[in-house]
Design a protein around this ligand. Structure first.
Ligand SMILES: C[S@@+](CC[C@H](N)C(=O)[O-])C[C@H]1O[C@@H](n2cnc3c(N)ncnc32)[C@H](O)[C@@H]1O
Length: 269
């Protein structure tokens, strides 16, 4: 375990040297392959606390200090949207979300790919309005909710897995996605799932278009980033010309011929 942690740190440290990038990507792929799949990789990260933070196994971006702004802004946004059922996937260790001061009642659905973490959350924080369960956002059907909070996760997935997760959202019965994006990132690079890079979801190959709302999710010493909100119906229109999403967009159009762009999903209820 210590050996793996050392290799992980070494790979991310030397990756800043330009000439080493291709070789490093190859070595990283080999290293990640030992875990078999994404479930194995993130399970390992949990076991060794790979993101090396003492307060949260979900990493330095999940501390109370880091999340001060989003903990204040998310309840306001949820209130404005009239949303009450939130899917938080991945939920990580629920460190910061559990410290939100809610003014309205919400139903919380927390999903993560790491079973022991889900189990730990369930026994420490679970109740009738707060459920934790195993969920792979890339391959599993997403449960019905008003809003999907997908924070700090797509940055660890390959472009293809991100596309699959987004397609999952388009197929779901969820009105909004609130997810991490880095608006100053000029180009999206591909990585193997389990690695890390920053991402701008407005740029190819994702090209989600402009978000309808953003919340700064950043503190000094880190890359500037935001939580950005998109509406599923709008994305179904924006992404209809992208070959990857065409099938889902066409199926949706065939099932809902009366739905044009700009419908506010929550208004339809
Ligand atoms: C950096 S943590 C962020 C957790 C949480 N969103 C937060 O803001 O604290 C990334 C989390 O993504 C989870 N994860 C990675 N791939 C996943 C997948 N395909 N489905 C669900 N969870 C996944 C990991 O287990 C880990 O808990």
């Amino acid at each position: 375990m210590i050996k793996n942690r050392f290799i992980l740190t070494l790979l991310s440290t030397i990756s800043v040297f330009p000439g080493c990038k291709t070789l490093l990507r190859f070595l990283e792929k080999l290293w990640l392959a030992q875990f078999g799949n994404a479930r194995g990789v993130f399970h390992h990260y949990y076991e060794v606390n790979a993101w090396g933070n003492e307060e949260s196994v979900s990493g330095p971006g999940s501390t109370l200090q880091y999340t001060e702004n989003i903990r204040r802004m998310i309840p306001q946004l949820i209130n404005e949207l009239g949303a009450s059922v939130i899917l938080d996937a991945p939920c990580g260790d629920y460190n910061w979300f559990g410290a939100i001061d809610w003014k309205t009642e919400i139903t919380y659905l927390g999903g993560d790919i790491v079973e022991p973490l889900v189990e730990r959350n369930r026994s420490s924080f679970g109740n009738t309005n707060r459920k934790f369960f195993y969920l792979d956002i890339v391959h599993d059907f997403l449960p019905k909710a008003d809003l999907w909070l997908c924070r700090d996760c797509l940055i660890h997935l390959s472009n293809r897995d991100i596309m699959l997760a987004l397609d999952n959202f388009l197929k779901s019965d969820i009105f909004y996605i609130l997810t991490t994006t880095y608006p100053n990132c000029a180009r999206n690079h591909n990585i193997p799932t389990g690695s890390f890079r920053i991402l701008n979801l407005e740029l190819p190959p994702f090209s989600l278009g402009s978000p309808i709302r953003v919340i700064d999710d950043w503190i000094e010493g880190f890359h500037f980033r935001q939580l950005a909100l998109w509406e599923r119906h709008t994305l179904l229109d924006n992404l209809a010309s992208n070959r990857f999403f065409q099938r889902t967009a066409n199926r949706h159009r065939a099932a809902n011929p009366e739905n044009g762009a700009g419908n506010t999903a929550l208004d339809e209820d």
